[in-house]
Design a protein around this ligand. Structure first.
Ligand code: SF4
Length: 328
């Protein structure tokens, strides 16, 4: 039996070996960012509801645990949209902690829902919260993130500052720069003040490394990127402009020490599910999913033949990702 909502693990420069939980199952988000790696948002909404029930997600996670995989370093709530839109999130966080008592729980979020005090209260139960904030200039924010009507970046910034006062865990803030969209001096100045006030545990300033939803959305040049990093006191390179997972170790193509849980179709499903959420190299997939490299290569060929594979070269590395069918 495959997994619909558990994916990975993937190696993350910020979190380590991270097992993902998809709290939406579909492209449901409160934004439709021009750079989104999972494709265009199908349902743009700020309505919170149990898009996938806690029971379903926790049943899959329990099954994953029983299969005896190498434990990840962190379990991350994210997926194909904005995870905090799932109103079962607090139950899911508690359930994960019950299944894996010593494991950190991380939540990726675009932070739009954090203007709601209830969402902030729920997120207090996580160990790491990773909000993104691309622009505090209202017109830029609307153009790059294309949020639900009425979403105000200043209100989100205030909510994050409130959250910082109460939250005992770590906050890793991400700023994604796209040329001509949010790389203005006005934004840099506002972001600097915001970063000083919120004082996150880590700041990552990144740029696009592959085409986003809109073809015209492109990366900023290396000079702009490094200036923003310096001004915002961002973390050193372990992020998207270097290609995902720069810290992953190489796996030999003759490595037979890894094993496939559940046979061929399970390996296919796990590789496809992982590539739908994050671009990765064959070596990264092999290492993170404990699947022999030869099997990963076979699945990549199969996905290529089916026409669902995107291939991108970054430096010497070849990254693959797999988008959902547009009508799925
Ligand atoms: S990048 Fe994140 S916030 Fe933006 S549309 Fe995609 S899933 Fe939503």
């Amino acid at each position: 039996m495959g997994y619909e909502y558990v994916f990975g693990p993937v190696f993350s420069g910020r979190l380590g070996r991270s097992l993902g939980l998809d709290l939406l199952g579909k492209r449901i988000c409160s934004m439709d960012c021009v750079y989104c790696e999972v494709g265009k948002t199908d349902t743009l909404t700020d309505e919170r509801k149990a898009y996938v029930s806690a029971a379903k997600i926790l049943e899959e996670l329990g099954r994953w645990k029983q299969e005896g995989h190498l434990p990840p370093e962190v379990i991350t709530l994210g997926g194909l949209g904005e995870p905090t839109l799932n109103s079962d999130m607090p139950e899911i966080i508690r359930g994960v902690k019950k299944l894996f008592p010593s494991m950190n729980v991380a939540v990726l979020t675009n932070a739009t829902t954090m203007t709601d005090p209830e969402v902030r209260r729920e997120l207090l139960e996580a160990d790491v919260v990773l909000p993104s904030m691309d622009s505090l200039v209202a017109s830029e924010f609307r153009t790059i993130n294309r949020p639900c009507k009425g979403t105000d970046p200043e209100a989100i910034a205030k909510a994050l500052i409130e959250f910082r006062k109460e939250f005992k865990g770590k906050i890793f803030l991400e700023v994604l720069l796209s040329w001509g969209y949010n790389d203005s001096e006005e934004n840099l100045s506002k972001m600097k003040d915001f970063c000083t006030e919120i004082s996150p545990d880590r700041i990552d300033v990144v740029t696009l490394s592959r085409p986003g939803t809109l073809d015209k959305a492109g990366p900023v040049d290396p000079g702009t990127l490094s200036r923003w990093k310096k001004v915002l006191d961002a973390a050193p390179c372990k992020d998207r402009e270097c290609g995902p997972d720069t810290d992953v170790k190489k796996v030999s193509s003759t490595d037979t020490s890894t094993h496939v849980q559940g046979g061929d179709s399970a390996a296919f499903d796990r590789i496809q599910a992982s590539l739908m959420r994050r671009p990765q190299t064959a070596q990264q997939l092999s290492k993170a999913l404990e699947v022999p490299l030869s099997k990963v290569d076979e699945v990549i060929k199969e996905l290529d033949i089916s026409g669902r594979l995107n291939v991108r070269q970054t430096g010497d590395e070849i990254y693959y990702d797999c988008r959902l069918d547009d009508n799925s």
